[in-house]
Design a protein around this ligand. Sequence first.
Ligand code: OSB
Ligand code: MG
Length: 369
Amino acid sequence: MNIKEIKLHQLVMKMRNPFTTSFGTQQDRYVTIIEAVNEDGLSGFGECVAGEDPLYSEEFMDSALIAMKKYFAPLVLHNEISHPDDVWELFKPFKKNNMAKAGIEGAVWDLYAKENNITLSEAVGGKKPDVEVGISLGLEDTDEALLERVKEKVDEGYKRIKVKIKPGRDVEMVRKIRDAFGDIPLMVDANSAYTLDDIETLKALDEFDLMMIEQPLAAGDLIDHAKLQKEIKTPVCLDESIDSYESALGAIELGSCKIINVKVGRVGGITQSKKIHDLALEHNIPLWCGGMLEAGVGRLHNIAITTLSNFTLPGDTASSSRYWFTDIISPEVIAEDGVVNVSTAPGIGADVDFGKMEQYLKTTEVITK
Ligand code: OSB
Ligand code: MG
């Protein structure tokens, strides 16, 4: 591959609805779209999923931008890359900054697939023609408002409903959902809002036959999650604690979880996601693909990785329209009855629509050789 320039398109996208988790409310999504251009003028696209502030993880958009500009973009411009798997090796001396790494690496993957006239799904080794998706619902001011949202999404056919919880908004809220909707595929995500001191509350959730409880304890923790998993029936799923192949291996060895949510950005890119995929498959740990409120580019990357065989549970990759009035890709991602068809067009499978992007675009920085 011969990448001659990297463009960083910085966008601010207003979400259709504010999204509230145990760590805060988000209305404006800051997005960086990374465009890697080769010597023939062909472009590959990636998306950096770092949030505006370091609340979900230590990375945030400003830190990721600096990391991409100062380290990761120059590395792909000045080194020979024969396959996108090489990129992780180039980045390896630089610790963490996984979302910045993944943004640049993602653009290289898309470009590689396009240069070879194959889909990104084929490039990563995925086989599924379509993927099942669920939806992640934020906290609402009242349980009644949440119940309305759940109804809407059940009616739209999503394959699984995830609701955010936090201390004080957990057992009784989940009880109301079960009472109203019966046996729907339901799970909860705490975004690390609890400690082992809350064990009685976490045990009380066992009564509801949840598919899983996602990241109940501290981000990065494996030890306490292992203790918790021994005390509760509900499968623990880790999100924030799995930031590398090594942490996935640790979690599996310690019994910290029974399920892993893979986020491409959190683990440093597609190459690392594939490695975690193969490890989990070997250990019978089912996977699903999480989301970071991505715009279309990141959403299509998520769909591509979900086509790998051990992504057996519905992911958080809902329709573009669940997040945005207008997404930045054409065609947009559409889930019908909770199923998204994987595009057969090369690379991510849709065009980045610069016309649609215009309304969100703040600046574009170009990094050349
Ligand atoms: O914990 O999975 C999470 C959004 C932002 C940051 C963290 C998380 C989420 C979601 C929404 O749950 C996933 C999505 O719909 O993109
Ligand atoms: Mg989560």
